[in-house]
Design a binder for this molecule. Structure first.
Ligand code: GLN
Length: 309
């Protein structure tokens, strides 16, 4: 196999002069304080090798990357009936768009746009209080990463709760179509808290390893999901994980990936490795600008792509 440590170091070195490019998300006030020049990257291979560089062990707000974990939980609880509540088609519109929701009568296009993830939070809430559902999500992520130190940043959750008018609009709109089972405040409480999970690149890469290894985390031996489900979650990440930038990410990187407005991207090279990268500056689609470039360089150097060498 290629010398992955040398590759991540080379990527870091090549991108260092460009750190700070892109725009840090500031619509969630707490995120605006992050140093735009941060950069971290971790690769965990299916054989358990860890290769990392830069600020890879500094926690950051994973934001929408968490939507992969809540979808996995919802599928575990509700199986295929999950798809009665949320679709699985790329949206071609912004992550927080409300436009399609009216045409589609409150059923969001996919689980990774905000409306879809809010629908998924509603499914995770089934049978729980919001506090229990949030606890279940945190325990699940700790189990995936095999790391009990992972926690939610309460300041980020509060910051988003105070300013998330658009998410309130999306949730109320869905509720008006009778597409939410629980009160809007409860559903958004769960949603804002899982978006506020703080994780490092290394923790994030470890937590995605089950998706690179047919549903089983080779580091812990835990079977998280079936092979088929792992494949399907990867398919959704590839087609919908970067919102209206998903086509461009597939073209340039060619790996299933999920981004967040905190500047994180989690990507999966099936059968090979999981990768997490963090750089806070975003491109016009709300995806990490330098993070996408880092993954593009990694895919070029390793030949990892679901579309061929
Ligand atoms: N919590 C953020 C929001 O709802 C998540 C968006 C994102 O990471 N793309 O706006």
């Amino acid at each position: 196999m290629a010398d992955l440590q040398a590759i991540v170091e080379e990527i870091h070195e090549k991108l260092t002069p460009r750190l700070g490019e892109g725009k840090v998300a500031d619509y969630i006030p707490q995120l605006a304080h992050v140093d735009p020049k941060k950069f971290g990257m971790t690769i965990v291979t299916v054989d358990g090798e860890v290769h990392k560089v830069g600020d890879c062990d500094e926690p950051f707000s994973i934001q929408s990357v968490s939507k992969v974990f809540t979808l996995t939980l919802a599928l575990g609880k509700h199986g295929e009936t999950t798809w009665n509540r949320v679709g699985r088609e790329p949206s071609g519109s912004a992550f927080n768009s409300i436009v399609q929701l009216e045409h589609e009568e409150g059923k969001p296009r996919n689980p990774f746009i905000n409306a879809g993830a809010i629908a998924v939070s509603d499914l995770v809430l089934a049978g729980h209080t919001p506090r229990e559902a949030i606890g279940e999500i945190v325990r699940f992520v700790r189990y995936l990463a095999d790391d009990d130190t992972i926690a939610i940043d309460p300041e980020v959750a509060k910051s988003e709760q105070a300013t998330g008018f658009r998410n309130f609009a999306l949730a109320n709109f869905m509720r008006s179509f009778n597409k939410l089972d629980h009160p809007v405040e409860h559903v958004l409480g769960v949603y804002f808290h899982h978006c506020a999970l703080a994780m490092t690149c290394t923790q994030l890469a470890k937590s995605a390893l089950f998706l690179a290894a047919s549903g089983r985390n080779p580091l812990t031996g835990h079977t998280v999901v079936s092979k088929q489900r792992a494949r399907r979650i990867n398919a959704l990440m590839l087609t919908c994980g970067h919102y209206d930038g998903s086509g461009d990410f597939a073209y340039r990187v060619g790996l299933p990936g999920k981004s967040g407005v905190g500047g994180g991207i989690m990507a999966v090279a099936p059968g090979k490795a999981s990768v997490a990268v963090w750089s806070p500056g975003l491109n016009h689609n709300g995806n990490s600008l330098i993070g996408s470039l880092a993954l593009e360089m990694l895919a070029t150097r390793t030949g990892w792509s679901v579309f061929g060498q």
